[in-house]
Design a protein around this ligand. Structure first.
Ligand code: CO
Length: 176
């Protein structure tokens, strides 16, 4: 029996997190393998969502599970947010690329999303509440937007040392 492949997480401030992810054109076993490994990585890290740039892949792929129940696994290929609506709500978010950092982020409650599944079939659905928030957070990753960009200046100040430590660790790893 082979262990499912697992990725290393890409942490802030790695430049890959700032890149625009590219459209997936080929729906094959390789894509399935990537998605499976992303789910494995997400669960292992106790996350509710993970976007491909967070494992160093510049592709429009996200996986999520807002409830942690098996039936709620959702993989979106080439997602597109068609519309955001509803009340703006503040809610504390974390991010696997910012370990130990949490910040209140304001987002519209509702979003309408179009995406493709692993077979390339198109879907469109409206989401609200926590599921909508997870989608909006992960979607941000596909266009290079990060938690640190959505933080209030008060939250930035509160997380200043933790953010500086991430930058320090990144530079130290670059030096080898
Ligand atoms: Co994130």
């Amino acid at each position: 029996m082979t262990e499912p492949l697992q990725y290393d997480l890409t942490l802030y401030p790695s430049p890959v997190l700032r890149k625009q992810a590219e459209t997936v054109e080929i729906f094959d076993e390789h894509l399935r393998g990537i998605v499976e490994a992303m789910f494995h990585t997400m669960r292992d890290s106790k996350g509710v969502g993970l976007a491909a740039p967070q494992v160093g892949l510049k592709r429009r792929v996200l996986v999520m599970n807002h409830s942690t129940e098996e039936g709620d696994d959702r993989a979106m290929i080439n997602p597109e947010i068609l519309e955001r609506s509803g009340d703006l709500t503040l809610y504390e978010e974390g991010c696997l690329s910012f370990p130990g950092i949490y910040a209140e982020v304001q987002r519209p409650d509702v979003c309408r999303v179009k995406w493709q599944d692993l077979d390339g079939k198109e879907h469109e659905q409206t989401f609200e509440g926590f599921e909508s928030r997870v989608i909006q957070h992960e979607y941000d990753h596909l266009v290079g937007v990060l938690l640190v960009d959505r933080m209030s200046s008060a939250d930035k100040l509160r997380n200043k040392v933790a953010l500086e430590n991430l930058v320090y660790d990144y530079k130290a790893a670059q030096r080898g």
